[in-house]
Design a protein around this ligand. Structure first.
Ligand code: GLY
Length: 240
C-alpha cells in the first residue's frame, strides 16, 4: 500500500489528475500478488482467473469491466471506458474491446482460493481541483463460479462517487451488493452530515450481517480520507 500511495502522491504533486493517480496506484496493487486483484486474483471454481474493475469520477463519468480474461490490469480498461458512450463491458466482449484499444493481453497467473482471501483493492484520489476518482479491482471472492458477479463492478455496490464524495467497499460481494453499500453510506454521509467514519460505521453495523467481512474507504472533496472495516483489512491515507 505504501508503494501505491507513493505513486499516487508523485502524480498528484506533479499536477496529475485524480483519475491518473487512482489508476496508477490501483495498477501497483493489481501487480502485487499479495492482493486478490490482477496478478494475485483467486481462481474461480473451474480454475479460471476472471477480473472485475471499476472507475468512477466525481464529474459523472464511469467505466467498469466484468469477468475479464487475460488482462493483468483491468483498471486500465475501465479507465478507457470513462469517455465512451458505454459504461461497462463483460466477458469476451470486454477482452475484444480491450484488444481494439491496444490493452496488453496476457495470461494472469492467479492463485488457489482459500478461506480468508479477500482483499480486493480500492483507491480514491483527489486532485488539486478537488476532483475525485474512485478505482476498485478484484479477482472475486474465493469459491465462486466463472460468471459470478460481485460488488466491485456494480455501481452503488462496490463504489459510488458524486457530489464531492467517493466511497468504495469490499468484502463478501453478495452482501455488499444486496445492501447497495457504497451508495447508501454515501447517502448517509451527505444526508445526515455524518463524519465519514460514522457513516461507514453505520453502514457496516446496520446494513451488513454479523460475521460477514466488509471494509470501506471514503474521501470527500475536502478533508482527510478514512477507512473502516469489521475485520483486519488494511487501509491507508495520505494528504500532501
Ligand atoms: N468484493 C469482491 C467480490 O466479492 O467479488
Amino acid at each position: 500500500m505504501e508503494a501505491a500511495i507513493a505513486r499516487a502522491a508523485d502524480i498528484l504533486e506533479a499536477g496529475g489528475s485524480a483519475v491518473e493517480a487512482a489508476v496508477e496506484a490501483c495498477v501497483i496493487l493489481e501487480d502485487d500478488p499479495v492482493f486478490n486483484a490482477g496478478t494475485g486474483a483467486v481462481y474461480r471454481t473451474d480454475g479460471s482467473v476472471l477480473l472485475d474493475a471499476s472507475l468512477q469520477t466525481s464529474d459523472g463519468r464511469m467505466g467498469f469491466v466484468i469477468a475479464m480474461r487475460d488482462t493483468p490490469n483491468p483498471i486500465r480498461v475501465a479507465a478507457d471506458l470513462l469517455d465512451e458512450e458505454i459504461n461497462g463491458l463483460a466477458g469476451d466482449g470486454a477482452r475484444t474491446w480491450a484488444n481494439s484499444k491496444g490493452h496488453p493481453k496476457a495470461a494472469v497467473e492467479g492463485r488457489p482460493p482459500r478461506a480468508g482471501v479477500g482483499d480486493t483493492v480500492g483507491v480514491i484520489a483527489r486532485d488539486s481541483t478537488g476532483a475525485l476518482a474512485c478505482a476498485t479491482s478484484t479477482g472475486g471472492t474465493s469459491y465462486r463460479p466463472a460468471g459470478r458477479v460481485g460488488d466491485v463492478p456494480l455501481p452503488g455496490s462496490g463504489f459510488w462517487a458524486e457530489h464531492g464524495l467517493a466511497v468504495a467497499a469490499t468484502g463478501v460481494g453478495e452482501v455488499i451488493t444486496r445492501s447497495l453499500l457504497s451508495y447508501r453510506v454515501h447517502d448517509r454521509a451527505l444526508s445526515t452530515e455524518s463524519t465519514l467514519e460514522s457513516a461507514m460505521r453505520w453502514g457496516i453495523e446496520e446494513l451488513i450481517d454479523e460475521g460477514v467481512s466488509v471494509g470501506l474507504i471514503s474521501l470527500a472533496s475536502e478533508g482527510e480520507g478514512r477507512g473502516h472495516s469489521n475485520t483486519d483489512m488494511p487501509w491507508a491515507a495520505w494528504s500532501g
